[in-house]
Write a protein that binds this ligand. Structure first.
Ligand code: AMP
Length: 520
């Protein structure tokens, strides 16, 4: 398909970032200057300097009353000059609160960014253009996901986030026998009652296909699911799913299921804005950065390590840590996103950012400040211990249990055997899991270790292994209770909702405690 542009567009955009950002802001201010929101600060002016001087940096909570008014039927020019035609719900799983953002019909930009990212991938992945990309993009309940696309055309398999792709594979693990029987009979199971889903799956199924059913059965029926993606879709050249940020925890599982095919994180986007694309799709997840696209929204950056100064896109400094602010076409002005990014370089004149971890405290029993980064470090230590075993980690979260005295950290892990044994039971080696507990404690901060080992203010770290499918249930809990889309779901790194904890507690298979104090 001809896109009407080629990769020279990327060069043009990134070379002229300053001018393009200027034009974007001018356009947004012209469209929105007379909205109720902006006229409070600008009195109808669309002057850029005045914008920077008078329009406050806001968090979602500050604009929520305006958004709620539009959602409740007031005209959209409260916030946006262009009519608001839809709302997009954020997953709310990373920040804890679900957010609703206005959208207008300006989807062209997003289509453009997605097409540009595809062009970049096809430059790096040989044969990408010649095949099909299979993305599991959930807009319906998980149970209605159709599988079994033509095997020899698929060159890339993916889902928006890594966690979701792992869940898709587990779903297939639970339903492959039924799927094969559907393919064999050419008939969709009766319990799938959603008509549009039945129709689309029936269209893919077509006539009974014994050969395909046998092929899938043969692969899925093997004891080990190592490389299952490449076995089912043999021409797959890469896996497309976001594996940066908190999604890094799913890398070992995806590497296992794909036999270490390249993991491609294409884009950085949120409900607030589309930020950027990965122009080196084959770079390793730990070295991966996103090049901002200056035509998507107007971007400013709060210097989070320095004095909180706000700078423009082209003025960020190499190595600096920043939180992006979004001014978009749909009525958000200088809105904080909450992510922390580090500048890793420049593509032409446009900065590239690595996804850095938030530095705020997410877990604390006493007064120790344990951050997301600390928790992910602990998780990496556990993964290293597990590497020598037959187990892979497929789900992770934690919470601070203060019902014990002293309180202690609890890590819920969902584990899967690399090779299924005949009973299907998970064999949990006490020594191995206690070793994991100790390795995690050792990698936590010195303040944690001090309170744990010296002062006894924190008790021994505990691992609770949960049944397979528990993290799917957790996802369902969040998705159903918040009404957001599965596609946006991100497993929370730390849980603070009693109901969500209940979902986990019901499925605990075994508990393990660290058996020694970590070194100071
Ligand atoms: P939502 O608004 O619910 O779609 O969530 C958007 C959030 O997902 C962003 O603010 C990031 O925290 C996270 N996110 C999006 N893209 C990436 C990425 N490429 N790498 C890591 N995290 C991401």
């Amino acid at each position: 398909m001809s896109l009407g542009f080629d990769l020279s567009v990327l060069e043009e955009l990134t070379s002229n970032a300053k001018q393009i950002q200027d034009d974007v802001l001018t356009k947004i201010l012209k469209a929105n200057a007379n909205t109720e929101y902006l006229s409070r600060f600008l009195e109808g002016s669309s002057d850029k300097e005045l914008f920077k001087k008078n329009v406050p940096v806001v968090s979602y909570a500050d604009v929520k009353p305006y958004i709620d008014r539009i959602a409740n039927g007031e005209p959209s020019d409260i916030l946006s000059g262009e009519p608001i035609t839809a709302f997009i719900l954020s997953s709310g799983t990373s920040s804890g609160n679900q957010k609703m953002f206005p959208r207008n019909n300006n989807f062209e930009n997003i289509k453009f960014a997605a097409a540009l990212s595809s062009l970049v991938i096809s430059k790096h992945v040989h044969g990408y253009k010649q095949g099909k990309v299979m993305i599991f993009s959930f807009t319906q309940p998980l149970s209605t996901t159709p599988c079994g696309l033509p095997r020899d055309e698929v060159v890339s398999v993916g889902a928006p986030f890594a966690s979701l792709l792992v869940q898709v594979i587990h779903f297939l693990g639970n339903y492959w026998k039924e799927l094969c029987s559907n393919i064999r009979s050419g008939h969709v199971s009766e319990w799938i009652t959603d008509l549009s889903c039945r129709d689309s799956v029936s269209m893919i199924l077509g006539e009974p296909n014994l050969e395909l059913a046998d092929l899938i059965e043969n692969e899925c029926g093997q004891e080990s699911w190592q490389g299952i993606i490449s076995r089912l879709w043999p021409k797959t050249k890469c896996i497309e799913a976001i594996v940066t940020g908190t999604m890094a925890q799913y890398i070992p599982a995806l590497e296992f299921y794909s036999n270490k095919l390249p993991l491609v994180s294409r884009t950085y986007a949120s409900s607030e804005a589309f930020f950027g694309i990965n122009v080196n799709p084959l770079s390793k997840p730990q070295h991966l950065s996103y090049t901002f696209l200056p035509n998507m929204s107007y971007f400013e950056f709060i210097d989070v390590d320095g004095d909180g100064e706000i700078v423009d896109l082209v003025n960020v400094k190499l190595g600096g840590y920043y939180e992006p602010l979004v001014t978009n076409y749909s009525g958000l002005h200088r809105c904080r996103v909450g992510d922390v990014l580090q500048v890793t370089g420049f593509y032409n004149n446009t900065p590239q950012f690595r996804f850095a971890r938030r530095k705020n405290t997410v877990l604390s029993i006493y007064v120790e400040p344990t951050t997301e980064e600390d928790l992910l470090k602990a998780l990496t230590s556990a993964t290293v211990v597990l590497e020598s075993s037959d187990l892979i980690l497929t789900g992770f979260t934690c919470f601070g249990d203060v019902s014990t005295v002293p309180g202690h950290y609890v890590f819920y892990l969902e584990l899967k055997a690399k090779v299924n044994n005949s009973t299907g039971d998970l064999l949990l080696d006490n020594k191995l899991l206690v070793e994991c507990c100790c390795a995690m404690e050792e990698s936590l901060t010195s303040i944690y270790r001090h309170f744990r080992a010296k002062d006894g203010f924190i008790g021994a770290l505990e691992i609770r292994v949960v049944e397979q499918g528990t993290f799917d249930s957790l996802m369902e809990y969040y998705v159903v209770s918040r009404g957001s889309s599965i596609s946006q779901y991100k497993t929370p790194i730390c849980i603070n909702s009693a109901e969500a904890l209940e979902v986990l507690e019901e499925k605990v298979l075994a508990r393990f405690l660290s058996d020694k104090s970590p070194p100071l």
